[in-house]
Ligand binder design. Sequence first.
Ligand code: GAR
Length: 212
Amino acid sequence: MTKARILVLISGGGSNLQTLIDASRQPDCAYEIVHVISNRPEAYGLSRAEQAHIPARCLDHKAFKDRSSFDAALAQMIDEVRPDLIVYAGFMRIMGADFVSRYEGRMINIHPSLLPNFPGLHTHARALEAGVTIHGCTVHWVTAGVDEGAIIGQAAVPILPGDTPDDLAARVLVQEHRLYPACVQAVASGRAKLVDCRTWLDGRPGGLALLG
Ligand code: GAR
């Protein structure tokens, strides 16, 4: 079996990157992580990649005069690697429309809420403030609209009395670590595809749902 070549984009701690690395070591895994790029030099995820002997580089966005020159440099780096799939794992940059359309259908993200609720930042505090009783995370295709692309999979957690944003973040992160490897495997193996702005799983419109 030829494995899909995955490039992972990070900005921080890289715990999701770590779960993808761990899953990629299973014999039936449909992907291999061929490269990691961070837009922040201090991102601990770079050390995780190095420890796993995966080539890792930093492209510091602060070194660029504007957004489009950073986007162009990142696209050049990505194209040198020739990945089949680009995986945002805590990559905290909003990329321009040219960049996004260049990789549309080959780029996915994990977001810490049940989209379309709570796109953007501070999702856990906003969920508590809104009084919802179920929260979670979403894996979706990256499109030009922030956190708007078709959903590949979601995992849900309860909100418990007295929860703080940190409590909730920790509970959601456990589910992120289950959901992301499952979704990347579904895309890399060809089970999940983007068709006319909808995800198709196993030949039908739909996605993965992890409950509890
Ligand atoms: C994760 O919770 C991820 O969902 C979130 O950043 C965290 C990264 O953690 N991503 C976003 O908020 C993207 N909008 P990690 O670096 O430990 O994987």
